[in-house]
Ligand binder design. Structure first.
Ligand code: NAP
Length: 534
C-alpha cells in the first residue's frame, strides 16, 4: 500500500455496514408536479465500494415537461416579482440546510469527503442564500431596468433598456462532479430571473442530486412547474427547444460541441451556455524566493487543488507555473505535502482525499495521465490505488504531480484535462513567457497569481485576463482572507472563453442574463416611467 494511503487500522473507523438491497434507492423523474414511476434498469454504484446505491429510469418523457414548464411554470414564476422570487430562494436554502445531513450521507458514496461536502452541499446552499440576498437589491417588479435613461432626442423622447424573463424553459445539463452545487448554481439565477427549469443531472451520482431536488419539492416553496427533474437520457428534448428556451450545459467540450451544433439549436437560436474543459493555471511570481511567504501559500494551494474533490473541479489547478530557479524546491515541497495526504474512505474524519466519482472516471484519468506522460514525467502518483477490503472496489487514484521541463514546445499539457487529482509543474523563463504559457490553455475558467510584486501582478493580469474568466491574486497580506483558486463564488462570474466554453454563470445579475431578454424601449419619458413599474 503506498505510504500516503490512510490505513484503516491506524485511524478509528466509522461503523460500516454492507448496503443491503433494501437500501437501494429507486429514483424517479419529476414531471408536471408528479413523481414518475421509480427505479428502472440503470444501476448507480457507490464510488467507494462499488455497491449498488440506486436504480433509475433510463429516460423520461421530455415533451410533457417542456409543455408544463411553458404553460404552468413560466406564468407562475413571472407572476412573482424579483423580490418575491428572492424570498422563494431563501426558503429553498432553509429547507436544504435543515436536511443537509441526509445529503452528506449520500455524498460520501460519491467519493466526497467531509471537506468536499462543504464545497458541494454547503456551497450550493450558500449560492441560494447569496442570490436570495442579492434579490433584495432588485426591484419589487416583474421587469428590471438595465442601465440609466438615454437622452436620444432634444425633445420629449428617451430610451431605456429593460430586462424581462424569457417565456420558455431553461434546460440545465449538469456534470457529475458537483451533484448539489452544480444544480443549485444554475437554479438560483434561473429562478430569480423568473424562468422554469428542467434539471438533467449527470447519471453518475444522480441519487445525490435527486435527494436535494426532492427536499426542494417537499419544502412547498416553489410554485407549480418551476422545476422538473429529468433522469437518464434527454431523448429528443434538444430538438424540441425554441427561441425562448435555453440550455446551460456543464461537462465535456465534446458533448457541448455536439449539443451546440444541433440543427434545431442553430435554427431557433436557442440560447446555449457552456462550462466545459479548462486547463487552469497558477503562477508563482518571478520575485518569489523559498523564504517568501508566497512560496508556502502557493504550494499549499497547489496541493489543495490537487486533492480537494479528488481534483474533480472544473476550476482546479492543472498547470503549476514557477520560475526555472524554483522548479526543484516547489516540486519537493508539493511532493512532501502530497505524501502526507491521507487517501481513503471519505467517511473517516482523517481522510483528506476520497475517491473519484466512479471506475469509468478513474479509467479516464489514467488514460489522460498516460497521454500527459508523452511530454511530462510523473514525479509522484500517476496510478489507480487498490485500498483493499471493501474499498478495493472503490475508484481511488493517487494524488499525482507531473513535471514538464519544456512547456513552450509541449502540446498535451496545455490541452489534456485529466479530471482527477492531477496537475503538471512547469518552468517559465520571464514574465512574457509566463503569460504565453498561461494563455496556451486557450481559454480557462480560473487562474491564480501568488506574488507580492505589483509590477509582476500587473503584467500577468494585463497579459492573461482575456483568456481567463476569473483571476485570483494572493499575497502575504490577503492570503488569510482569500477565497481559494478553485472556489466559484455566487458574487463573481464563473465561466471562461474559448476552450472553457465561453459561458458566464453566477456573478449576481450577470448569471441571470441567459434567462432575461433585454429590450430597448423608446418613448416619452412619462411613458418610460409608467413602464418602469411593470
Ligand atoms: P459529459 O459526458 O459531457 O456529460 C455531461 C452531462 O451531459 C451529463 O449530464 C450527461 O448525462 C449529459 N450528456 C451527455 N451526452 C448528452 C447528450 N447527447 N444529450 C444531452 N445530454 C448529454 O461529461 P462527463 O464525462 O460527465 O464529464 C467529463 C468532463 O467534463 C470532465 O473531464 C471535464 O473536462 C468536464 N467538466 C467540466 C466542468 C466545467 O464546469 N468546466 C465541470 C465538470 C466536468 P449522462 O451523465 O446521463 O451521460
Amino acid at each position: 500500500m503506498p505510504f500516503w494511503v490512510s490505513s484503516s487500522a491506524a485511524v478509528p473507523s466509522l461503523p460500516k455496514r454492507k448496503r443491503a438491497m433494501s437500501d437501494v434507492i429507486a429514483l424517479a423523474s419529476y414531471a408536471a408536479d408528479v413523481w414518475l414511476p421509480a427505479g428502472g434498469g440503470t444501476e448507480l454504484v457507490s464510488a467507494i465500494d462499488g455497491s449498488i446505491v440506486a436504480t433509475m429510469p433510463a429516460e423520461a418523457e421530455p415533451t410533457v415537461m417542456l409543455d408544463y414548464a411553458r404553460r404552468v411554470g413560466g406564468p407562475a414564476l413571472r407572476a412573482m416579482t424579483f423580490q418575491q422570487r428572492g424570498k422563494m430562494l431563501r426558503a429553498l436554502a432553509d429547507a436544504l440546510s435543515a436536511r443537509k445531513d441526509e445529503l452528506y450521507q449520500l455524498s460520501f458514496l460519491t467519493g466526497a469527503t467531509r471537506g468536499d461536502n462543504a464545497f458541494d452541499i454547503d456551497g450550493g446552499i450558500g449560492t441560494l442564500f447569496v442570490y436570495a440576498s442579492k434579490a433584495k437589491a432588485l426591484p419589487d417588479t416583474h421587469v428590471m431596468l438595465d442601465g440609466g435613461r438615454e437622452a436620444i432626442s432634444k425633445g420629449n423622447f428617451a430610451g431605456q433598456h429593460i430586462l424581462a424573463p424569457l417565456s420558455g424553459v431553461a434546460v440545465h445539463i449538469n456534470a457529475y462532479n458537483f451533484p448539489v452545487w452544480g444544480m443549485l448554481e444554475k437554479l438560483a439565477p434561473t429562478l430569480l430571473a423568473g424562468v422554469p427549469a428542467i434539471v438533467k443531472p449527470a447519471t453518475t451520482g444522480a441519487y445525490l442530486t435527486a435527494a436535494a431536488f426532492r427536499i426542494m419539492i417537499d419544502s412547498g416553496a416553489l410554485p407549480p412547474g418551476a422545476v422538473q427533474l429529468l433522469l437518464g437520457s434527454t431523448g429528443d428534448l434538444i430538438n424540441q427547444l425554441g427561441g425562448q428556451d435555453s440550455v446551460a450545459f456543464t461537462g465535456s467540450a465534446a458533448t457541448a460541441a455536439k449539443l451546440k451544433a444541433n440543427p434545431n439549436v442553430i435554427a431557433n437560436t436557442v440560447r446555449f451556455t457552456a462550462e466545459q474543459d479548462s486547463l487552469n493555471a497558477s503562477v508563482l511570481g518571478p520575485e518569489v524566493s523559498i523564504e517568501s511567504p508566497e512560496f508556502d501559500l502557493f504550494v499549499k494551494e497547489a496541493v489543495r487543488e490537487i486533492t480537494q474533490k479528488a481534483g474533480q473541479k472544473c476550476t482546479a489547478i492543472r498547470r503549476i507555473m514557477v520560475s526555472q530557479a524554483l522548479l526543484e524546491p516547489v516540486q519537493q515541497a508539493i511532493v512532501a505535502r502530497l505524501s502526507k495526504t491521507a487517501v481513503g474512505d471519505p467517511r473517516e474524519e482523517t481522510t483528506r482525499m476520497g475517491a473519484l466519482a466512479g471506475l469509468p472516471q478513474r479509467d479516464d484519468v489514467a488514460d489522460n495521465v498516460a497521454r500527459l506522460r508523452g511530454e511530462a514525467e510523473v514525479v509522484t502518483g500517476g496510478e489507480a490505488l487498490d485500498l483493499g477490503g471493501s474499498l478495493g472496489q472503490g475508484a481511488f487514484f493517487a494524488p499525482t504531480l507531473l513535471r514538464c521541463d519544456n512547456p513552450a514546445t509541449a502540446e498535451m499539457v496545455h490541452a489534456v484535462e485529466a479530471f482527477g487529482p492531477v496537475s503538471t509543474l512547469m518552468p517559465y523563463g520571464d514574465l512574457d513567457d509566463a503569460v504565453a504559457l498561461a494563455n496556451r490553455g486557450l481559454g480557462s475558467l480560473a487562474m491564480s497569481i501568488f506574488s507580492h510584486d505589483p509590477v509582476a501582478v500587473a503584467a500577468l493580469v494585463s497579459g492573461t485576463s482575456v483568456f481567463h474568466g476569473r483571476i485570483m491574486v494572493v499575497d502575504r497580506d490577503s492570503a488569510a482572507d482569500a477565497t481559494g483558486h478553485g472556489a466559484a463564488l455566487p458574487h463573481l462570474q464563473h465561466g471562461g472563453p474559448g476552450r472553457a466554453g465561453g459561458g458566464a454563470e453566477l456573478g449576481g445579475v450577470i448569471g441571470m442574463m441567459p434567462y432575461l431578454q433585454r429590450t430597448a424601449l423608446q418613448a416619452a419619458p412619462a411613458t418610460l416611467d409608467l413602464l418602469a413599474g411593470l
